[in-house]
Design a protein. Structure first.
Length: 202
């Protein structure tokens, strides 16, 4: 009996340690993904209309394809919170709550929606699902961005589309495709490396 109790207690301790390690790994991954999004946000080209051209779309799609909906959403929320608190993580090294009251406010909030929708492809990775989820996520982001432009700048839907969506559509679609390709290649390389390490053990 004492031996059984000791084994049971040891098992519970091991389980608790595993859960703590898993939570810590999750937090570290979330912070890394938010950092990646922050870095790529600074690669931007200012354009008339208040919405700069950046590599945020590529980074956002990459994060969602790689980590899945849940973790990508958390990373984006962390990124938005850092920006709201004043850290210069948004495009052009901007930060502060005022960014959520400006022309790009809809796009910032749309990042979270895009992460959720695009990341669904991780549940069942395939080219078709990856394309569908990526384009659907991009559509959500643009739709929320256009709503923000219409509310803040008092633009008509057509004018908002011409200023805030049309100039970026081709680049954003290519960014999503590039992100999906990059994650697919990365998955293949990691899978090959894992199989190679497994083979070396025998």
């Amino acid at each position: 009996m004492p031996e059984n109790e000791a084994l049971k207690q040891n098992s519970l301790l091991q389980k608790e340690k595993t859960e703590q390690h898993s939570r810590l790994s999750g937090w570290l991954q979330m912070a890394l993904l938010a950092a990646i999004l922050s870095v790529f946000s600074q690669i931007s080209i200012p354009l008339p209309g208040g919405v700069p051209m950046t590599l945020q779309t590529f980074a956002l799609a990459f994060i969602a394809y790689w980590a899945g909906s849940s973790q990508a959403f958390r990373a984006v929320v962390l990124y938005l919170l850092m920006g709201a608190l004043g850290l210069p993580v948004f495009a052009g090294f901007k930060g502060g709550f005022q960014c959520f009251l400006g022309p790009t406010s809809g796009f910032l909030l749309g990042f979270a929606a895009m992460a959720l929708v695009t990341g669904l492809s991780r549940l069942r990775p395939s080219r078709t699902l990856g394309i569908i989820c990526g384009l659907a996520g991009l559509a959500c982001c643009h739709a929320m961005g256009l709503c923000g432009l219409m509310l803040v700048l008092k633009l008509s839907p057509a004018r908002a589309f011409m200023v805030g969506s049309l100039p970026f559509l081709a680049k954003d679609v290519l960014s999503v495709a590039a992100a999906w390709t990059a994650v697919r290649q990365l998955d293949k390389r990691l899978c090959f490396a894992s199989l190679k390490q497994l083979a070396l053990r025998f």
